[in-house]
Write a protein that binds this ligand. Structure first.
Ligand code: SP5
Ligand code: ZN
Length: 375
């Protein structure tokens, strides 16, 4: 059975609207998404669903290993502070973004501003990601799910799935946005790398470039990042995800971006995936974290690729063919009517072949793969 970690607390993040394409519209990223995935997996004997262990409210160490502690502090308190000091409102959204060009030739300024209205535009980069009363709790629960799935794999499961909502891959070191608050996949990948000393890779198959994950690991050589996504020349988040972004410093060569043309079908996508999988294999990871977005689906309302449910099963199988244990973390996917079937198809495909991680620490707690020593 495939362990599935899913928290009820995701429902606390329930925006009324998103401001997108110059319109005020019902949010594409809404609580029903996680509910339909959970419903599909819980009626299927392949999966065993459980609520992840809840981290203590003060225990933010795993998050702060990849995010600015200031971002965590802000998200923990901003909604309530806005109610008190600006006005009572369900969805809290920034109005002034702290673009670095605003202060060009005038020095760096004073750093994080004091008022919550100004701090919103300091920590958030776009308009589709409102804060609601339960957003922080939901974002914490998504991290809890990602950590629980990582622990499952470190304990010997070949494949585990975290039903993270809100998603995470657009959350950068010091910024939230793109429906994402904490980078669930990055927290998982860092935890796996730090706890084992083994090399880790993140494969991001969401339609959108995982700008946050890329940034978090851009200068690191212990976590490789490989992403397939709609070409940023036409697709959100527009400013990152070009093929020439390949990492820097110690991380030079450890980032791989595969931008895709519109209307790619299953066969076209699978051949691009093959190229991405070669980059994953070249990094020789002991664990692979998959940022699983199903917004590459043909019926997705905000994206322009043409994958089918059967194509997702083939993709899962192709990834599992690497023979590396998989921590699969939910990202996007907005065709609600097909989302449960698409997640289930991908995981069933992956389950056909994925490998168990031979925990080296069972033999000797100080040795990893015969060479890497634990701290
Ligand atoms: C996790 C994730 O998938 N986040 C995606 C955030 C994308 N939000 C903005 C998308 C803009 C797409 N505009 C297309 C026009 C269709 N109305
Ligand atoms: Zn996406």
């Amino acid at each position: 059975m495939i362990p599935v970690w899913a928290s009820e607390r995701h429902r606390g993040h329930d925006p009324n609207a998103e401001i997108e394409s110059s319109g005020f519209q019902p949010p594409f990223e809404h609580p029903g998404r996680a509910d339909v995935i959970a419903a599909a997996l819980s009626t299927d004997a392949c999966f065993s669903i459980a609520e992840p262990p809840r981290s203590e409210s003060g225990d933010t160490a795993a998050i702060e290993a990849v995010h600015d502690p200031g971002l965590v502090r802000f998200l923990a308190t901003a909604w309530a502070e806005y109610q008190r000091s600006v006005r009572p409102v369900h969805d809290v959204v920034p109005d002034v973004f702290a673009m670095s060009a605003l202060r060009d030739r005038m020095g760096p300024g004073r750093g994080e501003p004091p008022s919550v209205a100004a701090r919103l535009g300091w920590w958030c980069y776009e308009t589709t990601t409102p804060l609601t009363e339960g957003t922080y709790g939901a974002a914490r629960s998504a991290v809890d799910a990602a950590l629980a799935a990582t622990t499952s794999v470190m304990d010997g499961e070949p494949l585990a799935y975290a039903l993270c909502r809100p998603p995470g891959h657009h959350a950068a070191t010091s910024l939230y946005g793109g429906y994402c608050f904490f980078n669930n996949a990055a927290v998982a990948a860092h935890m796996a790398a730090a706890a084992t000393g083994a090399r880790v890779a993140v494969l991001d198959v969401d339609y959108h470039h995982g700008n946050g994950t890329q940034q978090i690991f851009y200068e690191r050589d212990d976590v490789a990042f490989v992403s397939l996504h709609g070409d940023p020349e036409r697709a959100y988040p527009y400013h990152t995800g070009f093929a020439e972004e390949t990492g820097t410093g110690r991380g030079r060569g450890s980032t791989t971006n595969v931008p895709l043309p519109a209307r790619l079908d299953d066969d076209g996508y699978l051949s691009a995936l093959d190229r991405a999988l070669s980059a994953v294999a070249a990094a020789t990871p002991a664990v692979l974290v998959v940022s699983l977005g199903l917004d590459t689906y043909g019926g997705d309302p905000i994206c322009d690729l043409d994958l089918t449910t059967g194509g997702f099963e083939r993709c899962g199988a192709a990834v599992a063919e690497l023979g590396i244990p998989l921590v699969v973390v939910q990202e996007g996917g907005y065709a609600d009517e097909a989302l449960g079937a698409n997640v289930s198809a991908w995981l069933r495909g992956a389950n056909s072949r994925s490998a168990r991680w031979d925990r080296p620490d069972r033999a000797d707690p100080n040795v990893q793969n015969g060479s890497v020593t634990r701290p």
